[in-house]
Design a protein. Structure first.
Length: 267
């Protein structure tokens, strides 16, 4: 018999909570769910980071999808450029323009690969009738094996030509290292790695249009031209996003497993 005013009988299971324990109790058999404060805070930080990284990758996939769609639509219509510059039309737009190639002053973009092989992309100035100078990417050439032996990229003719291709931006370094502006002096062609238009303008001594032209594959005077949309496929970015979110889910599961404590049993 329990006397009036007597304290209740102790439970057969007891678990002491400390200030470092989250005030949450759930007993299952001989184990109690009692997550620690430090572990819970670590979970919040990790989940916030994983979810944020996942959203970032998902958004990058959406941006890349839009770029790839613009790249696909660029061939829908050929636009003839008379008084317009390359910057006046959308990126990846297929255009036609007239001019004369400057075969003497050419640039070789370094650190460009094709099929796993190292090489260069050839940028040749095209002097347009209205005075504008556009850089035409004539395609990829392989590395000769020696830095002091550059591939031959000479042009035999300097008459007025009509070229067609896609408008694009200069390749950007991104996470790649080894940026190098074209040398101020020396012979042509000049080797450069991820240059800016300002650096190319200084080396050439003439202002350049702020976009390049990717020469069509069927055009003469070119090299390997298997143009692809920029960056990784959108699906790869989305798969990375799902992986980050899976890490967040695994962190929650691990937190739950580590938060179950064995409780003492009183006789």
């Amino acid at each position: 018999m329990v006397k009036p005013g007597a304290p209740p009988a102790p439970s057969s299971h007891s678990l002491k909570f400390s200030p470092s324990t989250v005030p949450l109790q759930l007993t299952v058999g001989r184990r109690a769910f009692a997550p620690s404060l430090v572990l819970t805070l670590a979970l919040v930080v990790l989940c916030a980071a994983f979810i944020g990284l996942g959203r970032w990758q998902w958004q990058k996939g959406n941006v890349r999808e839009a770029e790839w769609e613009r790249f696909a639509r660029g061939t829908d219509q050929l636009k003839v450029l008379d008084a317009q510059g390359l910057i006046d039309v959308p990126r990846f737009q297929r255009v036609s323009l007239n001019g004369r190639f400057d075969a003497v002053h050419q640039f070789l973009l370094d650190n460009r690969t094709h099929g796993g092989r190292a090489g260069y992309e050839v940028l040749t100035p095209l002097q347009r009738p209205d005075g504008r100078v556009a850089l035409v990417d004539r395609g990829w050439v392989p590395f000769t094996g020696l830095r002091d032996r550059l591939p031959g990229v000479a042009l035999a003719r300097s008459d007025l030509v009509t070229v067609t291709g896609r408008t694009d931006n200069l390749p950007s370094a991104g996470l790649a290292s080894g940026r190098a502006a074209p040398p101020a002096g020396g012979n042509w062609p000049k080797v450069t790695s991820y240059p800016t238009f300002q650096e190319l303008t200084v080396a050439l001594g003439r202002p350049l249009e702020p976009r390049i032209l990717l020469l069509d594959a069927q055009q003469p005077d070119g090299y390997v031209r298997e143009w692809q949309p920029p960056g990784m496929p959108p699906l790869q970015h989305w798969s990375y996003a799902i992986q980050w979110w899976a890490f967040a889910a695994l962190a929650v599961i691990l937190w739950a497993i580590l938060s179950f404590k064995r409780v003492a049993v009183r006789s």
